[in-house]
Write a protein that binds this ligand. Structure first.
Ligand SMILES: [Fe+2]
Ligand SMILES: [Fe+2]
Length: 170
């Protein structure tokens, strides 16, 4: 644990920061797996474009898990050690793919990103002016999640427009 590093945290218990980060850590692993498996099972029109996007997001979520785990350790905490705990700690849950169609898969993922945005925005609000280092890390992740939502939404819009224009020409 970084003693001087932790001494600059003011107005919030370090244990509270660790506990919020561990919940986000659970979210990141579940998001990683969701993208990983979605990229495998997805079916339908323009699926190659979607697979490229889903794999990129999976890599980003794993990178986020890494950033969050490192910060938990720096604070003197322990990242969740058992995957069972991902389900008891998650904020955003896990959206099991039921319909493998491109549009449904993208919809599930957009919901996940919207939850991630709310989660990181609320952590940023809580640690702002109290724990600058955590604030910086969650702000970087938040910017990625906002980009993720936008990427998925614009891909989903493109696919829906394409389907609509096909219907007009039949
Ligand atoms: Fe993430
Ligand atoms: Fe994301």
């Amino acid at each position: 644990m970084a003693k001087r590093g932790n001494s600059i945290i003011k107005g919030i218990e370090v244990s509270e920061v660790i506990s919020m980060l561990n919940k986000a850590y659970a979210d990141e692993w579940l998001a990683y797996y969701q993208y990983f498996i979605e990229a495998k099972v997805i079916k339908g029109i323009m699926k190659d474009a979607a697979i490229a996007e889903l794999n990129q997001h999976a890599a980003d979520e794993l990178r986020h898990a890494n950033m969050v785990a490192d910060r938990i350790l720096q604070l003197g905490g322990t990242p969740l050690l058992n995957p069972k705990e991902w389900f008891t700690h998650t904020n955003c849950g896990y959206e099991e793919p039921k319909d493998f169609d491109v549009v449904s898969i993208l919809e599930d993922s957009i919901k996940g990103e919207q939850c991630a945005i709310s989660t990181y925005a609320s952590i940023a609000d809580i640690v702002k002016d109290k724990d600058i280092v955590t604030y910086d890390i969650v702000s970087q992740i938040l910017a990625d999640e906002v980009e993720h939502e936008e990427d998925l939404q614009s891909l989903s819009d493109d696919i829906t427009d394409f389907i609509d224009s096909m219907k007009k020409h039949i």
